[in-house]
Design a protein around this ligand. Structure first.
Ligand code: SF4
Length: 363
C-alpha cells in the first residue's frame, strides 16, 4: 500500500504576473482580492499593504468603470506586489488597465463581444507580456453548456473555460492561467481534476463564495487541501466573507499543513483538559497577537500543564506550560525559566519570545 500523502505535482507551463512566477516547479502563490472601491486609491492602497504584510503575493482589483481604470496607475506604482485587473465584458477597461501598468488581466475573452475586441486585448497583453486569467464560476457558465450538460456540472465548467482558452490560442496567446470555481467543494475538486487532464496551463484554485470565517475556512481547507495534496494548484485564493486579510492566515496554514510552504511561526497549543489551571485560551491568543507580523518559521508551544506540557511539545523551538501559580518556559523540551504567579506568565513569555527571535536574527 502506498502511504505517500502528496501526489506528484501536475506539470504546468510557467506564466509571470509581474515578478511572481506561477506554475512549473514554482511555489504555490497566495493571492487575494481587495474589497475596497478601486476608485478610492488611498483605501485600496492601505488594503493592498495590509494584504502584502500578511503574506499576499498578488492582489486582484475589480475594475468596474473608467474611473477605476484611471486609479490603476497610482495603485500599480505604489503597490509592493503585482496587481491583476478583474474585468467583465468591457474590453476598453482591459486596454486601459494594460496602459496603467497592470501585471495581469482577469477577463474571459468569450464575454467581451466582437472578434476585434478580443484581438485588441490579446495584442495589448502580448505587447506588455501580461498573462490573462480565464475564470469560470459555476454561475457564469454559458446557457448552451448548461443545457448540454444539464446544469453547471464540472464538465460544463471545463468546456466553458476551454472555449475561452481557444479564443486566445487562435491568436497564438498561451500566457494563460485558468480558474474554475464553484461554491460546492465536490464540484470544484471534480472540475479542476478534469481540467488538469485537458491542458497544461497553470491553475488558480479556490472555492468561491465559501462563506463566513469558520465555514469558509473549512470549505476552502477541504477543497484546496484535497486539490493540493493531489498535485493540482499553482496559485490559490481562500475566499471568505470577511476582511480579506483573514484569508492570508488560512491560505498559509493550508500550505503549511501540507508541507508545501511555510511563513511565520506555527503556534501549537494544547486543547486544554481537566488538568489545565491557567487561562490558556487567553495566553495562546496573546502569543498569536504578539507574533502576528513575524515571518520567520519556527514552532511555539502553549501548553496547559507543567506535567505533560514540555514533553508533549518537545519538538517546539520555544514554549510555555502553565500550572497552579507557576509557569515553565522551555526550549526544545528543556526548561529554561520558571515564572511564579499566573499574572506574570504572559509578560515573561513574550519577553522570552523576543529574546529568542533576536538571537535567531543575530545568528
Ligand atoms: Fe491537558 Fe496538559 Fe495535555 Fe494540555 S498539555 S491537554 S493541560 S494534559
Amino acid at each position: 500500500m502506498d502511504y505517500t500523502p502528496l501526489m506528484p505535482r501536475r506539470k504546468s507551463r510557467v506564466v509571470h504576473v509581474g515578478n511572481v512566477p506561477i506554475g512549473g516547479n514554482n511555489p504555490v502563490v497566495v493571492q487575494s482580492m481587495c474589497n475596497t472601491d478601486t476608485r478610492d486609491v488611498e483605501a485600496t492602497c492601505r488594503q493592498i499593504d495590509e494584504l502584502a504584510q500578511a503574506g499576499c503575493e498578488i492582489v486582484r482589483l475589480a475594475v468596474l468603470d473608467e474611473d477605476a481604470a484611471k486609479a490603476l496607475e497610482p495603485l500599480c506604482r505604489r503597490s509592493p506586489v503585482p496587481l491583476i485587473a478583474d474585468i467583465h465584458f468591457d474590453h476598453r477597461l482591459a486596454l486601459a488597465a494594460v496602459d496603467a501598468g497592470i501585471s495581469a488581466l482577469r477577463i474571459n475573452p468569450g464575454n467581451i463581444g466582437s472578434e476585434s475586441a478580443v484581438d485588441a486585448v490579446v495584442k495589448a497583453a502580448k505587447a506588455a507580456q501580461l498573462p490573462i486569467r480565464i475564470g469560470v464560476n459555476s454561475g457564469s457558465v454559458e446557457k448552451a453548456l448548461l443545457k448540454k450538460f444539464g446544469g453547471p456540472s464540472p464538465e460544463a465548467m471545463v468546456e466553458s473555460a476551454l472555449g475561452h482558452v481557444r479564443l486566445l490560442e487562435e491568436r497564438d496567446f498561451y500566457d494563460t492561467k485558468i480558474s474554475l470555481k464553484s461554491s460546492s467543494v465536490l464540484n470544484t475538486i471534480a472540475a479542476y481534476r478534469l481540467l488538469a487532464t485537458r491542458c497544461d496551463y497553470p491553475l488558480h484554485i479556490g472555492v468561491t463564495e465559501a462563506g463566513t470565517l469558520t465555514r469558509g475556512t473549512v470549505k476552502s481547507s477541504v477543497g484546496l487541501g484535497i486539490l493540493l495534496a493531489g498535485g493540482i494548484g499553482d496559485t490559490m485564493r481562500v475566499s471568505l466573507t470577511a476582511d480579506p486579510v483573514e484569508e492570508m492566515g488560512v491560505a498559509w496554514e493550508i500550505l503549511r499543513s501540507l508541507g508545501l510552504r511555510a511563513r511565520g511561526p506555527e503556534i501549537v497549543s494544547c486543547p486544554t483538559c481537566g488538568r489545565t489551571e491557567i487561562d490558556l485560551v487567553h495566553l495562546a491568543e496573546e502569543v498569536e497577537r504578539h507574533l502576528r507580523h513575524v515571518t520567520e518559521v519556527f514552532t511555539v508551544a502553549v501548553m496547559g500543564c507543567v506535567v505533560n506540557g514540555p514533553g508533549e511539545a518537545r519538538e517546539a523551538d520555544i514554549g510555555i506550560a502553565g500550572g497552579r501559580d507557576l509557569g515553565i518556559i522551555f526550549r526544545k523540551g528543556k526548561v529554561i525559566r520558571k515564572v511564579k504567579g499566573n499574572d506574570n506568565l504572559i509578560p515573561a513569555f513574550l519577553e522570552e519570545l523576543d529574546k529568542f527571535l533576536l538571537e535567531r536574527r543575530n545568528e
